[in-house]
Design a protein around this ligand. Structure first.
Ligand SMILES: Cc1cc2nc3c(=O)[nH]c(=O)nc-3n(C[C@H](O)[C@H](O)[C@H](O)COP(=O)(O)OP(=O)(O)OC[C@H]3O[C@@H](n4cnc5c(N)ncnc54)[C@H](O)[C@@H]3O)c2cc1C
Length: 526
């Protein structure tokens, strides 16, 4: 017995399991074990932990098992050779780097924060905004080395802050994009003479930086595509926005799977052996009009028959190939939601140096491109580079949008050389700059299992009147039985783009499944 529980609890769970009739007697095409529920799971790399674990998918599976659902009835199909999805903690030297999610964004209302806190996984020694490019010790420099002074930067940040504060009230009436709002407000400040420390051209170059930074925050290609009023749907969780994990974000999977025996009295959810790595789903096929028909989940080497399927792949994957993944096609409203809700590209570029050429006071550099000298090269869109706690020889850079997608296609030596040039020109007068020896970068767009980074509220979603709830809407057969369910960050009404959204939506769908199964008639009555 896995659970340490009172016999009355066991009986209660057994009774509940007996009610799971609608999920019994399923089969795989090879005639072996029963398996019923298929999800895609985000996971973390084996190098950090040995046991296979996996955000939305694993949250759903672990919730079901915790509620007494038989794990043997769950099969988790993962296309990658690792668990974690867009959580991807990698051991680097004696510490870690995060290729994907890195921060717990806020505390109040963030379901991940209490999990991490209770498990003692939160780092308290890292100050807010470190490694974000917004910290006070990060300077702002033109590509030719000219610096924005501390007074100029202070003024710019204050005005930007005022615009952000106004936006919370004013965007509700704003008809167009977030970008148009910011440019309008910024223009007013320029016209009113709010900028006393710089000329108009410098202020506009700083606005261009703010645009790049906002795209990274939102996950959008261009803030002209981000819906102004739609962006109010996003709810920030109050508290430190950049809380960091001691063992990296992938520790979340240990917590969800209760693989922390000392802290959980030995309780461990038996899910590891339900995960099939390297198992990309090529097709989900079913007949909504046939009573009791199974949903076929077709992978390259095997077809699984399920009573219901929980789909947790990224919105990027659905945008790329939902029409090929589902037979019959998904309902029109769902397809419009997939088309309309935004999903952009945000990438990280880590540069490694033999030793730090910077000093302890230096937190990083943000790059400005003089508008009149812009060439359109992808490298002009790199937001900046900043230091990485625990990695004394590393700097982390950020890039988003079409430039990130182009960057992903460029050879490593070109990316490293161009980023190094940027850095050398920006800091060469202050430090004895040394060339990087290695680069580690994310390729979130070109990886077919993600096709981008995270979702945002686009103007198109408003034009098409499609929202996260449309993406989340389950699909039933003609008898009203739910067969296809949807979870993942993009299906969250208010916290989309975050890990805590993914976890909440996994729990949401697990609860839906559990309730449905417990309230369903036995198959014979169907
Ligand atoms: C660069 C970057 C930085 C980020 N920073 C933060 C941060 O600091 N804080 C934060 O809260 N969030 C952050 N995020 C967002 C966060 O990582 C995601 O919102 C969250 O991890 C999404 O989880 P998910 O379960 O919805 O989807 P995913 O993690 O994408 O999981 C879906 C899984 O489905 C698998 N899959 C896809 N297609 C198939 C198929 N056909 N068959 C089988 N399996 C398939 C994928 O391999 C993947 O494992 C960041 C993301 C990126 C890319």
């Amino acid at each position: 017995m896995v659970y340490r529980e009172k016999s009355s609890d066991v009986n209660r769970k057994k009774k509940k399991n007996n009610q799971l009739n609608v999920l019994t007697k399923t089969d795989r095409s090879d005639g072996s074990d029963d398996c019923n529920l298929f999800t895609d799971l985000p996971r973390f790399p084996p190098r950090v932990e040995r046991n296979a674990k996996g955000a939305a998918g694993l949250a759903a599976a672990s919730r079901l098992v915790e509620k007494g659902f038989d794990p043997a009835r769950i099969t988790i199909l993962e296309a990658e050779n690792r668990i974690g999805g867009r959580i991807f903690t990698v051991q680097h030297g004696s510490s870690l780097i995060e290729i994907g999610a890195q921060w717990v964004h806020g505390k109040e209302g963030n379901v991940v924060h209490p999990l991490a806190e209770a498990a003692g996984e939160i780092r308290t020694d890292i100050h807010t905004l470190e490694s974000t490019g917004y910290a006070d010790d990060v300077e702002m420099v033109y590509r030719d080395g000219r610096k924005i002074t501390a007074d100029q930067l202070k003024e710019f940040k204050e005005i930007l802050q005022r615009i952000y504060a106004d936006s919370r009230r004013e965007l509700a009436q704003w008809k167009t994009s977030l970008g148009e709002y910011f440019e309008y407000k910024f223009g007013k400040h320029l016209d009113q003479g709010s900028f006393t420390t710089m000329d108009r051209a410098t202020a506009l170059d700083l606005l261009d930086w703010a645009h790049r930074a906002q795209n990274i925050e939102d996950g959008s290609d261009n803030w002209m595509e981000t819906c102004g009023v739609g962006s109010l749907e996003y709810h920030e969780c109050v508290g430190d926005y950049t809380t960091v994990w001691k063992r990296g974000y992938s520790a979340l999977f240990d917590i969800l799977m209760k693989n922390v025996p000392k802290r959980n009295n030995g309780l461990q959810l038996p899910l590891s052996d339900r995960i099939r790595l390297n198992s990309p789903v090529n097709l989900v096929r079913w007949n909504p009009d046939r009573p009791n028909c199974k949903v076929e989940v077709v992978c390259s080497d095997q077809t699984y028959n399920a009573d219901m399927v929980l789909i947790t792949c990224s919105l990027g994957v659905l945008k790329d190939r939902a029409d090929k993944l589902f037979t019959p096609l998904l309902p029109e409203k769902k397809r419009k939601a997939i088309e309309g809700i935004g999903f952009g590209t945000v990438d990280k570029i880590f540069l490694e140096f033999c030793k730090p050429w910077w000093n302890q006071q230096w937190g990083g550099v943000n790059f400005l491109t003089q508008h009149s000298k812009a060439t359109g090269d992808w490298v002009e869109k790199v937001m900046g580079f900043s230091t990485v706690r625990g990695q004394p020889n590393l700097l982390i850079g950020w890039i988003s949008g079409p430039a990130a997608r182009i960057c992903e296609t460029r050879p490593e030596d070109e990316v490293m050389r161009k980023c190094s040039e940027l850095l050398r020109n920006a800091v060469g007068s202050d430090f004895v700059y040394e060339e990087p020896t290695r680069m580690i970068r994310s390729l979130w767009h070109s990886n077919p299992n993600f096709c981008g980074s995270y979702s945002y509220r686009s103007r198109k979603s408003k034009d098409l009147d499609v929202w996260a709830s449309d993406l989340a809407e389950p699909i039933s057969d003609s008898h009203g039985l739910i067969r296809l369910l949807f979870a993942g960050e993009a299906t969250h009404d208010h916290c989309y783009s975050n890990v805590h959204a993914a976890v909440e939506t996994g729990w949401r769908e697990a609860d839906r499944i559990f309730e449905m199964v417990n309230n369903s008639p036995a198959p014979s009555k169907l």
